[in-house]
Design a protein around this ligand. Structure first.
Ligand code: SAM
Length: 214
Protein backbone atom coordinates (compact mmCIF):
# COMPACT_ATOMS: atom_id res chain seq x y z
CA UNK A 1 0.00 0.00 0.00
CA UNK A 2 1.27 3.48 -0.92
CA UNK A 3 2.62 5.50 2.03
CA UNK A 4 1.03 8.84 1.15
CA UNK A 5 2.13 10.57 4.35
CA UNK A 6 5.77 9.75 3.49
CA UNK A 7 5.27 10.98 -0.05
CA UNK A 8 4.08 14.35 1.23
CA UNK A 9 6.87 14.51 3.83
CA UNK A 10 9.51 13.76 1.19
CA UNK A 11 7.97 16.05 -1.44
CA UNK A 12 7.22 13.19 -3.88
CA UNK A 13 4.07 14.87 -5.16
CA UNK A 14 4.45 14.82 -8.92
CA UNK A 15 0.64 14.50 -9.14
CA UNK A 16 0.28 18.08 -7.84
CA UNK A 17 -0.29 20.21 -10.92
CA UNK A 18 0.17 23.61 -9.28
CA UNK A 19 -2.61 25.00 -11.46
CA UNK A 20 -6.25 24.05 -12.02
CA UNK A 21 -6.69 20.88 -14.03
CA UNK A 22 -7.40 21.80 -17.66
CA UNK A 23 -10.20 19.29 -18.00
CA UNK A 24 -11.87 20.78 -14.92
CA UNK A 25 -11.49 24.24 -16.47
CA UNK A 26 -13.28 23.00 -19.58
CA UNK A 27 -16.03 21.08 -17.78
CA UNK A 28 -16.72 23.05 -14.60
CA UNK A 29 -20.00 24.38 -16.03
CA UNK A 30 -21.38 20.85 -15.63
CA UNK A 31 -21.41 21.50 -11.88
CA UNK A 32 -23.11 24.89 -12.20
CA UNK A 33 -26.33 23.77 -10.50
CA UNK A 34 -24.50 22.19 -7.59
CA UNK A 35 -23.62 24.34 -4.62
CA UNK A 36 -21.48 22.05 -2.46
CA UNK A 37 -18.88 19.81 -4.08
CA UNK A 38 -17.10 16.89 -2.43
CA UNK A 39 -13.45 16.48 -3.46
CA UNK A 40 -12.08 13.21 -2.06
CA UNK A 41 -8.32 12.64 -1.80
CA UNK A 42 -7.89 16.31 -2.62
CA UNK A 43 -4.22 16.88 -1.80
CA UNK A 44 -3.59 20.62 -2.02
CA UNK A 45 -4.91 20.81 -5.58
CA UNK A 46 -5.52 24.22 -7.14
CA UNK A 47 -8.82 22.68 -8.24
CA UNK A 48 -10.14 23.44 -4.72
CA UNK A 49 -9.59 27.18 -5.12
CA UNK A 50 -10.82 27.04 -8.72
CA UNK A 51 -14.12 25.43 -7.67
CA UNK A 52 -14.53 28.00 -4.90
CA UNK A 53 -13.85 30.82 -7.39
CA UNK A 54 -16.68 29.39 -9.49
CA UNK A 55 -19.13 29.82 -6.64
CA UNK A 56 -19.01 26.37 -5.08
CA UNK A 57 -18.65 25.47 -1.44
CA UNK A 58 -15.89 22.89 -1.42
CA UNK A 59 -15.45 19.97 0.96
CA UNK A 60 -12.11 18.24 0.46
CA UNK A 61 -10.89 15.13 2.24
CA UNK A 62 -7.18 14.44 2.51
CA UNK A 63 -5.16 11.97 4.57
CA UNK A 64 -2.01 14.10 4.82
CA UNK A 65 -2.51 17.01 7.21
CA UNK A 66 0.67 18.53 5.73
CA UNK A 67 -1.17 18.89 2.40
CA UNK A 68 -4.19 20.47 4.06
CA UNK A 69 -2.05 23.01 5.91
CA UNK A 70 -0.03 23.60 2.75
CA UNK A 71 -3.16 24.47 0.79
CA UNK A 72 -4.22 27.21 3.22
CA UNK A 73 -0.65 28.53 3.70
CA UNK A 74 -0.05 28.77 -0.04
CA UNK A 75 -3.30 30.70 -0.50
CA UNK A 76 -2.54 33.11 2.36
CA UNK A 77 -5.58 31.87 4.27
CA UNK A 78 -5.77 31.38 8.03
CA UNK A 79 -8.26 28.56 8.58
CA UNK A 80 -10.28 27.83 11.68
CA UNK A 81 -9.37 24.36 12.95
CA UNK A 82 -11.81 22.11 14.81
CA UNK A 83 -12.53 18.43 15.32
CA UNK A 84 -15.23 17.02 13.02
CA UNK A 85 -15.98 13.41 13.95
CA UNK A 86 -12.74 11.49 13.36
CA UNK A 87 -11.37 14.35 11.22
CA UNK A 88 -9.69 17.67 11.85
CA UNK A 89 -11.63 20.25 9.84
CA UNK A 90 -9.77 23.24 8.40
CA UNK A 91 -12.12 25.94 7.20
CA UNK A 92 -11.68 29.30 5.45
CA UNK A 93 -14.20 31.05 3.23
CA UNK A 94 -15.92 28.55 0.93
CA UNK A 95 -13.37 25.80 1.52
CA UNK A 96 -13.40 23.12 4.21
CA UNK A 97 -10.75 20.41 4.17
CA UNK A 98 -11.10 17.37 6.39
CA UNK A 99 -7.78 15.86 7.38
CA UNK A 100 -8.13 12.11 7.74
CA UNK A 101 -9.02 8.85 6.00
CA UNK A 102 -11.73 9.16 3.35
CA UNK A 103 -13.06 5.75 4.36
CA UNK A 104 -14.25 7.25 7.66
CA UNK A 105 -16.79 9.49 5.88
CA UNK A 106 -20.46 9.19 6.74
CA UNK A 107 -23.48 10.99 5.23
CA UNK A 108 -23.74 13.09 8.40
CA UNK A 109 -20.10 14.22 8.16
CA UNK A 110 -20.45 15.48 4.57
CA UNK A 111 -24.05 16.77 4.52
CA UNK A 112 -25.24 18.81 2.80
CA UNK A 113 -23.42 17.88 -0.42
CA UNK A 114 -24.57 18.14 -4.02
CA UNK A 115 -21.88 16.76 -6.31
CA UNK A 116 -18.55 14.99 -6.66
CA UNK A 117 -15.31 16.12 -8.26
CA UNK A 118 -12.69 13.35 -8.46
CA UNK A 119 -9.29 14.01 -9.98
CA UNK A 120 -6.51 11.81 -8.69
CA UNK A 121 -8.71 9.88 -6.24
CA UNK A 122 -10.09 6.79 -8.00
CA UNK A 123 -6.82 6.41 -9.88
CA UNK A 124 -4.78 6.68 -6.66
CA UNK A 125 -6.47 3.62 -5.19
CA UNK A 126 -5.46 0.03 -5.98
CA UNK A 127 -8.04 -2.03 -7.89
CA UNK A 128 -9.26 -3.88 -4.80
CA UNK A 129 -10.17 -0.62 -3.02
CA UNK A 130 -11.98 1.06 -5.94
CA UNK A 131 -15.35 -0.72 -5.48
CA UNK A 132 -15.27 0.15 -1.78
CA UNK A 133 -14.50 3.79 -2.62
CA UNK A 134 -17.35 4.02 -5.15
CA UNK A 135 -19.73 2.36 -2.67
CA UNK A 136 -18.68 4.93 -0.07
CA UNK A 137 -19.45 7.79 -2.49
CA UNK A 138 -22.85 6.24 -3.13
CA UNK A 139 -23.48 6.15 0.60
CA UNK A 140 -22.53 9.78 1.31
CA UNK A 141 -23.86 11.56 -1.79
CA UNK A 142 -27.58 12.18 -2.17
CA UNK A 143 -29.65 10.42 -4.79
CA UNK A 144 -29.21 11.82 -8.31
CA UNK A 145 -26.03 13.72 -7.37
CA UNK A 146 -23.76 14.16 -10.41
CA UNK A 147 -20.01 13.96 -10.59
CA UNK A 148 -17.03 14.86 -12.70
CA UNK A 149 -14.44 12.09 -12.62
CA UNK A 150 -11.00 12.40 -14.19
CA UNK A 151 -9.28 9.12 -15.00
CA UNK A 152 -5.91 8.14 -16.43
CA UNK A 153 -5.37 5.45 -19.04
CA UNK A 154 -2.09 3.87 -20.09
CA UNK A 155 -0.75 0.42 -20.87
CA UNK A 156 -0.57 -1.24 -17.42
CA UNK A 157 2.57 -3.10 -18.52
CA UNK A 158 4.39 0.24 -18.90
CA UNK A 159 4.71 1.06 -15.18
CA UNK A 160 3.36 0.32 -11.73
CA UNK A 161 0.81 2.73 -10.26
CA UNK A 162 -0.21 4.94 -8.68
CA UNK A 163 -1.56 6.52 -10.75
CA UNK A 164 -3.36 3.34 -11.75
CA UNK A 165 -4.92 3.14 -15.19
CA UNK A 166 -8.72 3.02 -14.99
CA UNK A 167 -10.11 2.22 -18.44
CA UNK A 168 -13.56 3.40 -19.41
CA UNK A 169 -14.90 -0.16 -19.17
CA UNK A 170 -13.86 -0.37 -15.51
CA UNK A 171 -15.39 3.05 -14.80
CA UNK A 172 -18.67 1.87 -16.36
CA UNK A 173 -18.60 -1.30 -14.25
CA UNK A 174 -17.87 0.64 -11.06
CA UNK A 175 -20.69 3.11 -11.76
CA UNK A 176 -23.07 0.54 -13.24
CA UNK A 177 -26.52 2.01 -13.80
CA UNK A 178 -25.26 5.58 -14.18
CA UNK A 179 -25.16 7.65 -17.34
CA UNK A 180 -21.52 8.20 -18.23
CA UNK A 181 -20.43 10.79 -20.78
CA UNK A 182 -16.89 11.47 -21.95
CA UNK A 183 -16.47 15.26 -21.87
CA UNK A 184 -12.82 15.68 -22.79
CA UNK A 185 -9.34 14.22 -22.80
CA UNK A 186 -5.74 15.33 -22.90
CA UNK A 187 -2.30 13.74 -22.87
CA UNK A 188 -0.71 13.47 -19.44
CA UNK A 189 2.31 15.77 -19.35
CA UNK A 190 3.14 15.79 -15.61
CA UNK A 191 3.76 13.34 -12.79
CA UNK A 192 5.11 9.82 -12.88
CA UNK A 193 3.86 8.95 -16.39
CA UNK A 194 5.68 11.94 -17.85
CA UNK A 195 8.82 11.27 -15.77
CA UNK A 196 8.98 7.67 -17.01
CA UNK A 197 8.02 8.58 -20.57
CA UNK A 198 4.84 6.51 -20.39
CA UNK A 199 2.25 7.62 -22.91
CA UNK A 200 -0.93 8.27 -20.93
CA UNK A 201 -4.22 10.03 -21.44
CA UNK A 202 -6.37 11.82 -18.88
CA UNK A 203 -10.13 11.68 -19.48
CA UNK A 204 -12.93 13.63 -17.85
CA UNK A 205 -16.32 11.95 -17.51
CA UNK A 206 -19.66 13.31 -16.35
CA UNK A 207 -21.39 10.64 -14.26
CA UNK A 208 -24.98 10.79 -13.03
CA UNK A 209 -25.97 9.56 -10.55
CA UNK A 210 -22.92 8.73 -8.47
CA UNK A 211 -25.11 6.67 -6.15
CA UNK A 212 -25.19 3.12 -7.50
CA UNK A 213 -28.66 1.81 -8.22
CA UNK A 214 -29.49 -1.20 -6.06
C1 SAM B 1 -2.81 11.21 -6.59
S1 SAM B 1 -2.99 12.30 -5.24
C2 SAM B 1 -4.19 13.42 -5.90
C3 SAM B 1 -4.34 14.69 -5.12
C4 SAM B 1 -5.27 15.72 -5.76
N1 SAM B 1 -6.59 15.19 -6.01
C5 SAM B 1 -4.67 16.30 -7.01
O1 SAM B 1 -5.32 16.23 -8.06
O2 SAM B 1 -3.57 16.88 -6.92
C6 SAM B 1 -3.89 11.31 -4.09
C7 SAM B 1 -4.07 11.98 -2.75
O3 SAM B 1 -4.91 11.16 -1.94
C8 SAM B 1 -4.46 11.18 -0.60
N2 SAM B 1 -4.97 9.94 0.01
C9 SAM B 1 -4.54 8.68 -0.22
N3 SAM B 1 -5.27 7.80 0.49
C10 SAM B 1 -6.21 8.52 1.17
C11 SAM B 1 -7.26 8.19 2.06
N4 SAM B 1 -7.50 6.91 2.42
N5 SAM B 1 -8.02 9.18 2.57
C12 SAM B 1 -7.79 10.48 2.22
N6 SAM B 1 -6.80 10.86 1.37
C13 SAM B 1 -6.02 9.90 0.86
C14 SAM B 1 -2.95 11.26 -0.73
O4 SAM B 1 -2.33 11.78 0.42
C15 SAM B 1 -2.80 12.18 -1.95
O5 SAM B 1 -2.71 13.52 -1.56
Amino acid sequence: MEDWIARWREGRIGFHEGRPNRLLECCVARLADCRRVLVPLCGKAEDLAFLAAHGHDVLGVELAEQAVRGFFDEHGLVPSIAPHGPYTAYHAGAITLLAGDVFALTPELVAPIDALYDRGALIALPAELRPRYVALLGAVLPEAAPGLVVTVEYDPRAMAGPPFPVPEAELRALYAGATIELLGEQPVTTGKCAQLGVSAIERCFAIRPIRRSS
